[in-house]
Ligand binder design. Sequence first.
Ligand code: ATP
Length: 773
Amino acid sequence: MPPANLPPPLPGKKRRIGVLTSGGDAPGMNGAVRAVVRMAIHNGCEAFAIYEGYDGLVKGGDMIKEMRWEDVRGFLSEGGTLIGTARCMEFMERAGRTKAAKNMILNGIDALVVCGGDGSLTGADKFRSEWPELLQDLVDTKELTADQIVPFKHLNIVGLVGSIDNDLSMTDATIGCYTSLTRICEAVDSVDTTASSHQRAFVVEVMGRHCGWLALMAGVATGADFIFIPENPPDSDWEEQMCRTIKKHRAKGKRKTIVIVAEGAIDENNNKIPCGMVKDILSKKAGLDTRITTLGHVQRGGTPCAYDRMLSTLQGVEAVKAVIEATPETPSPVICIVENKIVRRSLVEAVAQTQEVAKAIGEKDFNTAMKLRDAEFTEYYKAYRITTAAEQPDLLLPESKRLRIAIIHVGAPAGGMNAASRAAVAYMLARGHTPIALHNGFPGLIRHHSDEPLGAVREISWLDAEGWASKGGSEIGTNRGLPSEDIETVSNVFGKYNIQGLFVIGGFEAFTAVSELRKAREHYKSFKIPMVVLPATISNNVPGTEYSIGSDTCLNALIQYCDACRQSASASRRRVFVIETQGGESGYIATVAGLSIGALAVYSPECGISLKMLDHDIDHLRDVFRKDKGQNRAGKLILVNEKASKTYTVQIIADMIAEAGKGKFESRHGVPGHFQQGTTPSPQDRVRAVRFGVKSIQHIEEFAGLCKDEIEDDPASASVIGIKGAKVLFSPMENIEKKETDWHRRRPKNEFWMELKEIVDTLSGRPGYPAGI
Ligand code: ATP
């Protein structure tokens, strides 16, 4: 019987797979190398690291090394690339590629995984297309014999996109871009406070020669006043436009100004817009005390963020699958991600499309440049513009279409709740709606007395919300209480304040609250209004989506905690940390954190914990430490969801391990608790919050002008916004409540991430256990 928790090795030819990292280093490259090496070994293949990028391939010798399982231990949390990278001029020439082909054959390597930017992938594509000719040259020049090349007729190449500026078309994210964005946002958040204190302006230059992704996302995440990106230069009167926007923000009471400039920023005529020029304009025309901050190599990132660890791991796994499944006819794939789905795309097409962007920019065809970026990029750009630009008279809706839309936070705080609210408010104001905050959740409404000066129902001004972009917690207050505590009063308050649309941000309670309001429409017509739930919870357990805002912030807090535990073990060695994670009845956080830190095992409520399971894992630990020759300096981690077992708490598990260790290894437990809610929300949570905040209000305003019964009759009038696979969609509550919700366990019936559990186990080397454990 195959092991219950591990996939059997994939059928197919056992390959000898080389992996290299090339071009600029990017955080997460090491995670990709680790995943390729271990997934290859798990599937009976051999893995080779090619050091220093294509340079190692051209030079051969000891720059190509077979990798054992333990050689990539500790790789996940390291920034940069541990196998080195280089810009290799020799590989640009055919002679260099011929040498590279010879070294591949001498080492018996018949498949290559290349992790790098578009240049590296262009090189990879060229290498594969020339491969038969390169082999023939080697035979003709007697470097190799005809017999030697026979087993290597077909070369398989798989691309992984490792690049901080997210410049490859056809993928939403490249390995490294979110870590880089994290460093940028940390820097902008830091200058933000000094800017505000002195009422200064800061011009921040970020990387991106042909791609404005980092500048755009930093602008969205930090609520910058103005951005410059290469794909979409500002109008010819940009100097006045920028000053008007900034003066308007200042006139409303904003004390600081942040302008973000991509290093490749240009005007309509392709003239560079340098930071110095922006600074001079802000100083002279807007009269602001202005400073420049150039972030430079800080943006290369250092320690990878949770997303980059996960992305690189999943893509490395997919790359090996692609190699094993490849036939001689299979075109080279590049592994991409679209929303939440890992997909294979044609490497040739992705590279060609990427180069088209640079070409379009060069030809001043900026419409095409924007179109060639993915749909998400354009959506973010529009969301940014709508929520920041000063004059947008064309956006204003006629009086008859303007709504009074309330925002309420429900449940525990989650990173991004404020960013979503801020974006929703800015969008509403741009459209002429009235944004209203319902403070402290439904209990706040129920306790509400309208004669109090600070009642629970208040209109939100632009300035109220302006500073919320990067704030953690909940600025309008949140509460777990549900409308059913006093639905009559809730209805009365809705009626009294003429609430015409409801935007609910929160976790499973938010979902439950909207379900209650929807069902109560039968008796209370004040609930016959459009309502949207934006899932926001660290547990990521809301039905109707695979991603809740706040979960990424939590993962980052958790891996920071785990990295610190690991490091503390480096002095004492041979220590097993058993760490309790939050997540309620959903093992998502534990599993994805486990994937991101390379946990030895993850215990989730979905699978529970049995004595046999513990016994099995303790046996494995004995084995690991028995064979240990000092490689386990950094200790081992086991993650346990808080509800995985009532009996086996982290303390008990740690004690059992320590007891079994008999002095050969020891164990400690840790409970990060509320630390997991994080402090400042992660950039990914912030940008997605903005995008979903705007989309949610756009959805609500579609119902403007309809009568109450028409609204009630449309199932989409009570919806959850979410990511499902490669799509962002609104799912009607009615369907999800009935078909997709496990009400008892407060989680979706089908949890998309369950398949990640076997990847955690496969890559940590946890032996499979028989079914029934
Ligand atoms: P980044 O996005 O960080 O710049 P990149 O992969 O685009 O990464 P490049 O310097 O363009 O970085 O390319 C890295 C290496 O890939 C080059 O030094 C060269 O060895 C190889 N390479 C790039 N373009 C080609 C090409 N057209 N033909 C052959 N090899 C190439």
